[in-house]
Structure formats: C-alpha cells, structure tokens
Design a protein around this ligand. Structure first.
Ligand code: ADQ
Length: 474
C-alpha cells in the first residue's frame, strides 16, 4: 500500500467489477491487510493495470462502510460501499438469483423480485458515478460482468467522452429466455451504452445482436449494432489463463512430488478422476457423480482401481438453491461411498474447501481424467488449467459441449451431460484411453492455449476498444 496520487487525480484506464482484486487478510503480526485475490480476472488484468497505473472500482466484500481508496501493488483501488440490504438485493438477489440462473439456460428457476431490481439499479449507479469521477478525459473504461450491466448506459450519460467496453463472463442467453427479465429494456439500454460489448462465445454475440434487433429495432451490420443512442460493436473474446504461469507450476519439483504423494494417499489407484468446481448448479456436479456411481454399480469401473476426487469450492452459501444443491451432492457422494467403498478406501473424496493454486496444480498433475461437465458455462477455466498443467501431453479431458471452452478445446472427449448414458460411456472411454490417444488429443489443445493466453485476451479486447497501447494481435 501507499499514499497514492493526490486527490482529484484522473485515470486513463478504469476497470469496474463487482469485486476489487483484493481480499481482506491478516498478516503474520496480526495486522489486517489486503491480499491479491486468486481469481482469473485479477491475473488477467493485473499486469496491464500495473503498467498503466489504472484504477479499479469494486466492492471490498463486506456490507457497511467502505474503506478509503488506497493503492495496492501499483493499482489504485476504489471501494464501493454496499449496505446489508444492497448485498441481499443487488448481489445475492438480482445478480445471483435472477440473472445468473436465467443466463445459464434457466437450469434453475430464476427468482424475480422488484426490490432487488431497485437495489441493482442504485448500486449500478453508484459504480457509474465513481467511474465518472475517476476517469480522465477520453479514458478507457472496462466494465465487467453480469452484476454491472446498467453501468455503460449510465456512464455514457454522465461522461460522453469516454471509451466504454463491457465484457460478459457468463453466457448471453437466447432472445426468448432473456425476454423473461422484467428489467430487459433497462439491461439492453445499459449494455448498448458501450462502444464495445464482448462475449465468451460466438453464440452469446449472436444472441445479443438478435436481441437488439428484436427489442429495439436496431440495425445490424458487420458486428456493429446501430441503435437510437449510437453504435455498439459486439464481438467474441474467449477468456484464457496465464498459460506460462500454469506450466511453470507444473514443473516445480515440490508440486510434482505433491502430485505423487496425492496418488499414494489415495491408495495408488489405476485411474484417478478429478472434478474441480465452485459448488454451483450450473457445473453438472450431480450428473457427473451419478454417472460415476452407475459405472461402479455396472462393474464398468472397478472400485478397487478407481478413485474420484471432487473439489467443490463453497459458493453463495446463503442462497436456498445452493444449500439444496449442497445437500443433494453430499447425499449422492455418501450413497456411492456407502455402496462401493471399503474401510480406509473411499470411492469419492469430496472436498468442500478452497485450495491454493499449488495444491490445485498438484491435483491436476495427479489426475488421469479431468471431468468438466457443466450444464452451461461461460468458458470454464478449470478445463484450460488442466490442459496447461499436463506438460507431458498425458491425461484425458472430458468436456461438456455446453462450456464455452468446448469451442476451443475441440480434441477433448466431448459430452452432453444431460445424456446420462453418453456421460457414462465418455467417462469410461476417457478412463480406458492409452497414452498415445491421450497425447493425440492433448497436444493440439496445448498448442492452442500457448497461442491464446490471457494477455492476448485482454490486449484483443482493449485493442478493439481503441487502446493505442494494445494493438490487435494478428
Ligand atoms: P467460475 O464460474 O467461477 O467463473 P471457472 O471458469 O471454472 O468458473 O473458474 C474458476 C476458477 O476458480 C479457476 O481458476 C479455478 O482454478 C479456481 N478454483 C476452482 N476450485 C478452486 C478451489 N477449490 N480453490 C481455489 N480455487 C479454485 C466465471 C464463469 C466461467 C468463466 C470465468 C472467467 O462462470 O465460465 O470461465 O468466470 O471468465
């Protein structure tokens, strides 16, 4: 931390996201401090924000008074205050109980509540007002994700001089689903306040353009939407990971040793199947467990030779849908273990915990089969992390067609997770694949990732937004 620039300083690059890129922590002598959070977006933007001395506007993660703006690792952090009611209404309600399920094909029933919409509106306005104050004349402003969809339109009104970009990390739904939203016109106008709107997958880009035509009679041509209040470009920018950093982790001797140790601790199984997800109903965790349980019951996988590890990061635990998901998952896990496990020999190791990058990398290295089976997912970085970690080209990635990553990692064992028989066959096939087959599929995915890492993603978006320092890569 430091004192930072004088009051009233304006920034040429401003990022807005629901969360600041830091978490509150305690340092070794018991002092409260801020620590960089582990998320992918933070890794992606940190180098650019540092080298450009940018400002980041976001929530610090607790209800009530916000800390004063401060510097952290060369980035200006500007906390946004949320009251306890706003955390309920804007964050847990409108963002995570309405928009999140609706944008993921309504795999859970979206809940609609007008008080949440009010909170969403006022919090979005608070973010927009903060950006209007911090941005230098003509600055680039990059707004992130489904929590802040009204911000571009609000900011455009306050500051018509800015270049405003918006990136959606989750899927953008088809017209007929989107139109269920009581806020649909506000959200559409909000997004169309941007100069550029980016999506993870071409399907999202197409859905958005069709929706603009449908709701607002907008004209479409060459990736550009002409509407009543201006022109917005819509394009696809699949997010990626820090590929070099992930590969580096995979070669560190302590992490390789830990991977061996994990296999030994699991009883040195012939096949280790791994799942790593936030505990979220979009991730298809139950479908995966059910398929695995049936494969054991059918005798197609041998419980003496096979182990599954499911890491499920605690997430959104105050919402009912997440509590009941957790109960269903935990019941399924104990059913499988109850039926097939032995003393000291579990079939499913279920870890409702958060892990650091090192332990996750060791798990990726230890796993023969990585099962990524979401019912719908914007991208899914776990799939990319697994591929980047497998520096020797071995390992089998089972990947849902409904993950954004499926558009890029095309050599994976692809599957429709709703089709239980197909899911069982695909898991069994991946578990039986020999090393030659694993390499034949893994190598092209690895070389794709080496070309398309997260720096390239950020540079591509900022380049198209008109950043002179981020030429569009060829
Ligand atoms: P998420 O839905 O959170 O992200 P994902 O893309 O898989 O899903 O990213 C999860 C991240 O959390 C990964 O980097 C992973 O390593 C990490 N993680 C997973 N389990 C962990 C654990 N137990 N402990 C610590 N870290 C863990 C949203 C969208 C995605 C999109 C991303 C980025 O839903 O579709 O890919 O944003 O745009």
């Amino acid at each position: 931390s430091g004192n930072g620039p004088p009051k009233g300083h304006r920034y040429d690059l401003v990022v807005l996201a629901n969360r600041l890129p830091v978490d509150q922590a305690t340092d070794p002598d018991g002092q409260a401090c801020w620590r960089r959070s582990p998320g992918g977006l933070v890794t992606a933007l940190h180098p650019i924000m540092q080298s450009r001395a940018g400002a980041w506007i976001g929530w610090h993660g607790r209800p009530g008074a916000a800390p004063k703006p401060f510097n952290h690792d060369g980035i200006r952090l500007h906390p946004i205050e949320l009251s306890a009611e706003e955390v309920d209404g804007y964050y847990e309600g409108q963002s995570n109980a309405t928009i999140w399920p609706l944008y993921h094909d309504a795999v859970e029933q979206p809940v609609f509540d007008r008080r949440w919409r009010q909170a969403y509106h006022s919090v979005n306005h608070r973010f927009a007002a903060a950006a209007a104050q911090l941005a230098a004349p003509g600055a680039l402003v990059w707004v992130h994700d489904y929590h802040l969809q009204l911000v571009p339109g609000m900011l455009r009104k306050l500051r018509p001089d800015l270049r405003i970009g918006f990136f959606l990390h989750i899927p953008f739904p088809p017209v007929e689903l989107f139109c269920q939203l009581p806020m649909r016109d506000d959200i559409m106008r909000g997004l169309l306040g941007s100069d550029l709107v980016g999506f993870q997958h071409p399907q999202g880009t197409t859905n958005f353009a069709r929706l603009a035509a449908h709701l607002l009679d907008a004209e479409l041509a060459d990736g550009v939407i002409k509407h009543e209040s201006g022109v917005t470009a819509a394009a696809t920018f699949p997010i990626s990971i820090d590929v070099a950093g992930q590969q580096q982790l995979a070669t560190e001797p302590p992490i390789r040793a830990r991977a061996d140790e994990i296999r030994r601790e699991l009883g040195s199984p012939r096949t280790l199947i791994l799942g790593v997800d936030r505990l979220d109903y979009t991730k298809g965790i139950e479908h995966r467990l059910t398929a695995y349980g049936e494969l054991l019951a059918d005798g197609r996988l041998d419980p003496a030779q096979t182990v599954m590890v499911q890491v499920a990061v605690p997430s959104r635990q105050r919402l009912d849908q997440y509590q009941s998901l957790r109960e269903r998952v935990e019941t399924t896990v104990s059913r499988i273990n109850g039926r097939h496990a032995g003393i000291g020999k579990l079939c499913v190791h279920y870890l409702h915990q958060s892990y650091d990058r090192e332990e996750l990398a060791a798990l990726y290295l230890a796993a023969d089969v990585m099962a990524v089976t979401p019912l719908r997912d914007g991208m899914n970085l776990v799939a990319k992390e697994y591929v980047a970690t497998r520096t020797d080209g071995t390992g089998a990635l089972v990947l849902s067609e409904f993950a954004g990553a499926a558009a890029e990692l095309r050599q994976a064992w692809m599957v429709n997770p709703h089709n239980l028989e197909a899911l069982k066959d695909t898991l069994a096939e991946a578990a039986a694949a020999d090393v030659a087959e694993q390499r034949r599929r893994m190598e092209p995915m690895r070389s794709h990732l080496r070309r398309y890492d997260v720096n390239r993603w950020a540079a591509a978006f900022l380049g198209q937004l008109g950043d002179p320092a981020s030429p569009e890569p060829s």
